[in-house]
Design a protein around this ligand. Structure first.
Ligand SMILES: C[S@@+](CC[C@H](N)C(=O)[O-])C[C@H]1O[C@@H](n2cnc3c(N)ncnc32)[C@H](O)[C@@H]1O
Length: 336
């Protein structure tokens, strides 16, 4: 007799239920509200503006999902939601979920169309401006996107600071730095490092505010530019996080080639992304990130460690290796 059950299929098929329940909770500021003070149902209903019909089921669903706790009718945050989803804490990573809620959730509704046509499905659908131009035309969306990037790179930034042998390097650049999570983290952990965040010019004020808030403005500066067109500053090590996956193969190799030229002998490139396992069967998040690139970009795709190392060798790097970071993220290191 077969022991097969449809459980796994159903869990995945209805995966959007828990996902959207969490995303709406973040949108409503539920976890920030509860971080201020635990509260009962009528209080939360009023504070969050919830309809009487929805409030109890919504909150208890979050209890069942282990994102909230409830004791004698009083709701409070679980330990992880309190740390990571309270907007008042520096450990807040909800920006990424806010972006997923406001943008990706809707765009992924057109996944089938993207699979059939190979065409992006975001703001730029139908031949609009490129994603970054569209997002950055509006200061609110610019801030939202850049803060989302910090949510997605905070864990990796800590791991890169801890795992890469920074003792041998004095200067670094984070190419496509967004608001500067990686430069801020590296500078805070390693007091001998000075760094540059390189990104499109509209990013400057958001970057400078973030870096000042982290107290490292004396060692980290912004340089505005287009990494395809402008010369890159000379530094000992260049980090590229969630950059290569935005671009097609020719653009990926062009960027790696430019980075190679900018580095001194002995210099290092650290590429990090949700790198796919070489056999392409384990890192489901990385593989779906590549589908996300289908939805978000004209030619972008995620790649394996083997792919990236081959491109690095092709542009001239002599030694390469892959190291895991956190979750689905790994880094590929290339030495010149
Ligand atoms: C997907 S985000 C990654 C941000 C950050 N490295 C991280 O991992 O969180 C890509 C970044 O590349 C920047 N970018 C896109 N096109 C660029 C270009 N042509 N020149 C410089 N930066 C660019 C964007 O502004 C954005 O900050």
């Amino acid at each position: 007799m077969s022991a097969a059950t449809p459980e796994h299929i159903m869990q995945i098929g209805f995966g959007f239920w828990p996902s959207k329940t969490l995303l709406s909770a973040v949108e409503l500021g539920l976890f920030s509200t509860l971080a201020e003070a635990p509260a009962d149902l009528p209080t939360l209903q009023k504070k969050l503006g919830l309809h009487q019909r929805s409030a109890r089921d919504f909150l208890d669903a979050l209890v069942a999902l282990k994102l909230l706790e409830r004791e004698n009718g009083v709701y409070s945050n679980a330990a992880d939601t309190d740390l990571f989803l309270d907007r008042a804490k520096p450990s807040y990573i909800g920006g990424l979920l806010e972006m997923a809620n406001a943008r990706l959730y809707g765009f992924w509704g057109s996944l089938t169309e993207a699979l059939r046509t190979g065409e992006l499905q975001n703001e730029s659908k139908g031949g609009g401006e490129d994603m970054f131009a569209a997002l950055y035309a509006d200061p609110e969306r610019l801030r939202g996107f850049l803060s989302a990037m910090s949510g997605g790179s905070a864990g990796a930034a800590q791991a890169i600071a801890a795992n890469f042998p920074w003792r041998g390097y004095k200067t670094f650049m984070d190419l496509g730095s967004a608001q500067g999570m990686v430069p801020a983290t590296l500078a805070r952990v390693h007091s001998h490092l000075t760094g540059i965040g390189f990104d499109l010019p509209p990013v400057k004020p958001v970057f400078e505010k973030f870096i000042a808030h982290r107290g490292v403005e004396d060692r980290v500066r912004f340089q505005g530019g287009n990494f395809f067109e402008d010369p890159l500053p000379k530094v000992d090590a260049i980090v590229m996080g969630h950059i290569l996956h935005d671009w097609d193969l020719a653009q990926k190799k062009a960027l790696l080639g430019k980075v190679f030229d900018a580095l001194p002998k002995g210099g290092a490139v650290i590429v990090y992304d949700t790198i796919i396992d070489d056999d392409r069967r384990e890192n489901a998040f990385g593989l779906m990130m590549s589908l996300n690139m289908l939805i978000e970009t004209e030619g972008g795709f995620d790649y394996t460690g083997e792919d990236c190392q081959a491109w690095m060798h092709e542009v001239g790097f002599s030694k390469t290796r892959v190291e895991p970071l956190v979750g689905a993220n790994s880094m590929v290191i290339g030495l010149k």
